[in-house]
Design a protein around this ligand. Structure first.
Ligand code: HEM
Length: 489
């Protein structure tokens, strides 16, 4: 199809809403099949970059609801055409599972081979209407609830060792690569927190993070650029899937860790939830390695990068808040103490708002819909793919005002600040709502916000301030710490 004229008749929606906003056709164009999607993919990776790719199309059509192609396109994805929702008002349609179907859309317009996940469609690819979604999500809720008291101690032990290494690297060579340390530490922390078994102390040794990253690349290659020459990436990453066979032995080693370390959770899955042990194990692996580890790889350097770029007075205010709350709790980092730290929490939310670690969300319209934007209503046909580029929704100036594109550490402090929390949607839902078996909101929501705070807490218990070089890598920020000023009070 050369360009889009797929609009349902607007008149059919006339009576459904008040008359204030007109129903308009969705602007945009998909261009010439095959050629335009490939050209768009090159814009996305090499000529414009993500932010400019979406912003320039919104500018061109003077609309934040727009028909565009998304990568990877041919031949990886059979249909790259989406309706992009690029503002805070329309984006939440993607959370409403009565309106959108979330089946097989976790990675968007293509789906990695299920031979990378033991032959199963794991939870992230299931729509809540599928019965296994309920069982698997319940398994994760049960696991996280049963281990909630382990999060603070296991975080502190594992990241305490990270900070010690970071200090010695900074003093010996003047710099420390936080991402490298975080990869190894987050992997161990998650195994320790979820199952009480530190992966590096098992047969996996220190290979877990490398094996995990390789397996992640096999699934995410179509959406990534590794900085290799364009022709190489186009052929090997963006056009054909990497052969799953090449990741099989790494996956098997990860699976072996889970089938032994997660034995008790697997018992629960079998006896209480009616899941097969094998399906449950592949799901626990995916939730831990893809969802949790993949998330921590991006989130924690992201938080540190914003702190590194912030005014040092923010460091001083955080240190005062954190040390005061811990002193009040008798010198201990308790959950209650962490919960009383309003500025620390706001900093974590602000990092999640500025740079949501998972930037793309997708869903097929379950029925004919009318989506209400700021200036118009838009008719969408059943089966059309809706897509959201989250940073444009969470940096929307209509909600966050003239500082929308800036990091404001105390944005969410106080009752006025808290009113903005419904627009923080990194978890695939508003921060004011909760994940359940009947929605697609991230079951790790509370854990993630706690872990983000624990990083800030432990950091400013040890240091007054720091400096770092901040750059960009595959999935998010790259942080190289260059100086640490030890706590003086
Ligand atoms: C779903 C983000 C950590 C497990 C999601 C989704 C997002 C997200 C955006 C929805 C994807 C979609 O359907 O479009 C994140 C981020 C994390 C994180 C940014 C860390 C920084 C975790 C953790 C767990 C987890 C710690 C551990 C249990 C899941 C699962 C789903 C999911 C199982 C699918 C939910 C469902 O099918 O209803 N996450 N997540 N995630 N997340 Fe997380």
């Amino acid at each position: 199809m050369a360009s889009t004229n797929m609009q349902p008749a607007a008149a059919g929606y006339k009576d459904e809403f008040d008359k204030i906003l007109p129903v308009k056709p969705i602007p945009g164009s998909y261009g010439t099949p095959v050629i335009t999607p490939i050209k768009d993919r090159l814009d996305f990776y090499y000529f414009q970059g993500q932010d400019k790719y979406f912003q320039s199309r919104a500018d061109k059509y003077k609309s934040t609801v727009v028909r565009i192609n998304v990568p990877p396109g041919p031949t990886m994805a059979s249909d790259p055409r989406v309706i992009a929702l690029l503002d805070a008002k329309t984006f939440p349609v993607l959370f409403d599972v009565s309106k959108v179907e979330k089946k097989d859309v976790f990675t968007g317009t293509y789906m990695p081979s299920t031979s990378l996940t033991g032959g199963y469609r794991v939870c992230s690819y299931l729509d809540p209407s599928e019965s296994n979604h309920t069982k698997i999500k319940q398994l994760l809720f049960t696991l996280l609830a049963s281990r909630k008291d382990q999060v603070i101690p296991t975080f502190r032990t594992n990241f305490g060792a990270l900070f010690a290494t970071m200090e010695s690297q900074v003093s010996s060579s003047g710099k420390s690569d936080f991402n490298a340390l975080n990869d190894a530490t987050s992997f161990d922390f998650l195994g320790d927190a979820y199952f009480g078994v530190i992966p590096s102390k098992t047969a996996l040794g220190s290979t877990g993070p490398t094996k995990a990253s390789k397996w992640l690349l096999f699934q995410l290659a179509p959406l990534t650029s590794l900085g290799l020459p364009m022709v190489v990436e186009e052929l090997f990453l963006h056009t054909f899937p990497l052969p799953p066979l090449l990741a099989r032995s790494d996956y098997k080693a990860l699976y072996d860790y889970f089938s032994s370390a997660a034995a008790s959770a697997l018992d629960t899955a079998e006896t209480q939830l009616g899941l097969s042990r094998d399906e449950a194990c592949h799901n626990l692996l995916f939730a831990t390695v893809f969802n949790s580890y993949g998330g921590m790889k991006v989130l924690l350097p992201g938080i540190l990068s914003w702190l590194a770029k912030a005014d040092p007075t923010l460091h001083a205010r955080l240190a005062t808040e954190i040390r005061g709350a811990v002193a009040k709790a008798g010198g201990k980092v308790t959950l209650e103490a962490v919960q009383s730290m309003e500025l620390t929490l706001s900093v974590v939310y602000e990092a999640l708002r500025m740079d949501p670690p998972v930037k793309f969300q997708y869903g097929h319209a379950k029925k004919d819909l009318v989506i209400e934007g700021y200036d118009a209503k838009y008719a969408v046909k059943r089966g059309e793919m809706l897509f959201g580029y989250q940073p444009m929704a969470t940096r929307d100036a209509k909600v966050f005002g003239e500082t929308a594109a800036q990091f404001v550490g105390d944005r969410f402090v106080g009752s006025e600040g808290r009113k903005l929390l419904k627009y923080v949607v990194w978890s695939n839902g508003p921060e004011t709502e909760s994940p359940s078996v009947s929605n697609k909101q991230c079951p790790g929501k509370d854990l993630v916000v706690l872990v983000g705070r624990l990083l800030v807490v432990d950091f400013f218990l040890r240091y007054d301030t720091f400096t770092a070089e901040v750059g960009q890598e595959l999935l998010g920020a790259k942080v190289v710490v260059t100086s640490l000023t030890k706590a003086t009070s």
